[in-house]
Design a protein around this ligand. Structure first.
Ligand code: LLP
Length: 432
């Protein structure tokens, strides 16, 4: 598709430097979003390559001069072309399933730069990860240690392990995405850590290589990271006093993004603070790892959708669009806020709407109390849709998963075709 000509200086949307209004139209980098919606239909996810690389750049600046690996937590967005982009930019990956490992390999990523997190790894997943040569298993329980050692020995291998510790700090985020408190299913309890490391060191199929923690997601305050780091470093000292050397320290992911005026610290500023603390405690020369997901992709993506109907009501007005909770599950699941912007700004007066999808659930809303000047046939962009949207999408109501486009300057690449109904029915069988 040939790019449309630009006429005046773009006005970037606050918090979205690669998304700009030019005259009445919304552009992502050098591409007019309405052109993409016309060419590919809606709902349509569109991502900015420059936005992802600039988010990654903040981490790379933060770790400049250090021995460090950025493992993209691919659960945030695991589309192959996105993985390919991060692999080419030098990232490793944090995975949580055998399926995610196959995606990394299919995208050209290196198994040696993969770390495998998650509380419920199966034996088959462990075998496959060992066979592929992954960098490290982030083990989340004592029973998992025993199984991993057994599986590794049966494969004639030694599994590299790090133990995920639960530092018992409050990340002050939504309860569903807070993971570092005692009541969570994640990690090994702070007070059991030492015994767990001793056990790991004694198992013949394991080699202890590191320690990791992850305290939650959409964290907008640096303080919980500093607390978690202090608690992890106390553990490192105690573990090493037992003669178990830790080559790497992994501080997880979790840094938030600006959804609605949120002000998380920038990754480089946060890491300057954290590294000063590490240096002061004498751990600055270790191999450092992080597992960011949302902060690398969240604000690089939008989901384009078309207004189907306007339905005025006594109590609320509804703006019914063709994207739904199956495409954008975060509002229904976490009451999450996503900005909503018209692709072409009209001159008419705004009306207050609940923006809802066609799915048969009252929870199927994308935005509440939004002031919009729209007509049926107009198109909207749901903002901050690069993370935990496509990767959490479903076929509920036999709706096909949306298509995806990656924008690079004035080029637009279709990176995923829309699901057809045949795609959805492919694996099903009638009886008899
Ligand atoms: N490492 C581990 C072990 C994790 O469990 C997670 C996310 C990450 C890294 C990446 O965290 P991030 O940098 O993306 O915050 N679906 C929810 C978020 C779930 C996060 C799960 N774990 C949402 O849409 O808000």
């Amino acid at each position: 598709m040939s790019p449309s000509p630009m006429t005046s200086a773009p006005r970037a949307l606050p918090g979205h430097p690669h998304l700009a209004r030019r005259d009445t139209d919304l552009w992502l980098e050098g591409v007019r979003l309405d052109d993409l919606a016309r060419a590919h239909g809606t709902p349509l996810f569109v991502y900015s390559k420059a936005a992802m690389l600039s988010a990654l750049g903040a981490y790379q600046r933060g770790f400049a001069g250090r021995q460090a690996t950025i493992h993209y937590a691919m659960k945030a967005n695991s589309s192959l072309a996105i993985l390919q982009l991060f692999a080419r930019a030098g990232c490793g990956f944090d995975i949580v399933s055998g399926g995610e490992l196959e995606r990394v390999l299919a995208a050209g990523g290196q198994a040696a730069k993969v770390i495998f997190s998650g509380v419920g790894k199966t034996r088959a997943e462990m075998r496959r990860a060992l066979e592929a040569g992954i960098g490290c298993f982030n083990v989340e329980s004592e029973s998992e240690l025993e199984v991993l050692s057994e599986v590794a020995l049966a494969c004639g291998q030694i599994a590299p392990v790090s133990i995920r510790v639960n530092p018992n700090v409050d990340a002050k985020t939504h309860p569903y995405i807070s993971t570092g408190l005692k009541g969570n299913k994640f990690g090994v309890a702070h007070e059991r850590t030492l015994q767990t490391y001793q056990r790991a060191a004694s198992l013949p199929g394991l080699k202890v290589v590191g320690i990791d923690c992850h305290i939650g997601s959409q964290i907008t305050d640096g303080a919980p990271y500093l607390d978690a780091m202090d608690r992890v470093l106390e553990l490192v000292q105690a573990i090493e006093a037992q003669g178990i050397r830790l080559q790497h320290l992994d501080f997880g992911g979790g840094l938030g993004i600006d959804y609605n005026g949120d002000q998380p610290p920038a990754a480089d500023a946060l890491w300057a603070q954290l590294l000063a603390r590490l240096d002061a405690r004498g751990f600055g020369d270790r191999h450092l790892m992080v597992e960011p997901g949302r902060s690398l992709v969240g604000n690089a993506g939008v989901c384009l959708t078309e207004v189907l109907y306007l339905k005025p009501g006594e109590q609320r007005n509804f703006c019914i669009v063709d994207a739904a909770m199956n495409d954008l599950p975060r509002p229904a699941m976490y009451q999450a806020f996503h900005g909503i912007e018209p692709l072409q700004q009209g001159a008419s007066r705004t009306t207050r709407y609940d923006v809802v999808g066609p799915v048969c659930e009252s929870g199927d809303w994308l935005g509440r109390d939004r002031d919009l000047a729209v007509q049926p046939g107009d198109r909207l962009a749901v903002l901050s849709a690069g993370a935990y949207c496509m990767s959490m999408s479903s076929n509920y109501n036999t709706r096909g998963r949306a298509a995806e486009v990656l924008v690079d300057g004035d080029q637009a690449h279709l990176i995923r075709q829309r699901d057809s109904v045949a795609d959805q029915l492919r694996n099903e069988r009638l009886v008899g």
